[in-house]
Design a protein around this ligand. Sequence first.
Ligand SMILES: C[S@@+](CC[C@H](N)C(=O)[O-])C[C@H]1O[C@@H](n2cnc3c(N)ncnc32)[C@H](O)[C@@H]1O
Length: 261
Amino acid sequence: MLPRFIQKMHNRLKRNLWQLPHAAVPAPFRTEAKRDANLAGEIAAYEKSAGLAHGAGSLPLRTLLRIEQLLPAREISSAETGCGKSTIFFSRISKKHRVFCLDDRDAGPSSSVRYFMNCPATRIGAVEVVYGPTQSTLPAFKAHDPYDMVLIDGPHGFPFPELEYYFFYPHLRTDGLLVLDDIHIPTIGRLADFIAEDSMFEMIERIGATAIFRRTGAPVFDPFGDGWWLQNFNRRRADFNKDVHLKDGGRRKPFSFEGRF
Ligand SMILES: C[S@@+](CC[C@H](N)C(=O)[O-])C[C@H]1O[C@@H](n2cnc3c(N)ncnc32)[C@H](O)[C@@H]1O
């Protein structure tokens, strides 16, 4: 056991180095996956050869490592929408990892599917891919298992992440994690705010634009009923004088993404 002040200095250094790419962090300060000590190194090596991300952008390795630290200690089953580096990662730490994504293999080097399929670190036998837009595959899919981790990172336009949330939330185990990426997008941020206040979840961490929620033991909200008045987000804001809750978003000119989107 190291003296306390050395332990503190070590932890502080580790925190300061957290933003760096895994390979740039000196070995004693690197975080490793608890379930697979070689995984981070293998992905870091792949990032060097294939690039940090595919065309659609990837979760940073450090975010994936943090998610792994927060997972329940049992053997896990997981699912995600969209694919890429996260697929490589979860193929190695999950018994079974189900992926709902577009088949973009004809997109050449920017393909997300090729990014995980071509990676030697991917445990392809653990991955089940359901190809197609989640807007049509998720409503039709009936063979969900109870999941210990669900990552929502497929289509980002409104209301698609909400639709995905609807089809996944009844299948999350108590203590399981729900990970919502890109909460800097206003509509996804609003979904994160809703989930953070809901009795089925507690928000346990935010890493950059990624929010991590843990499923509580609260009963599953009836997916076929109504019950808006039972949801904390509504209970906190509803005004029974019938004041209308619309924020004027029209005051500011839409942001210009010229050249990017
Ligand atoms: C931001 S990327 C996912 C990044 C991935 N989590 C990683 O760590 O590399 C978004 C993914 O969603 C996929 N996608 C976009 N629209 C989709 C849709 N309607 N249905 C399914 N997947 C979709 C894209 O092809 C891409 O693979």
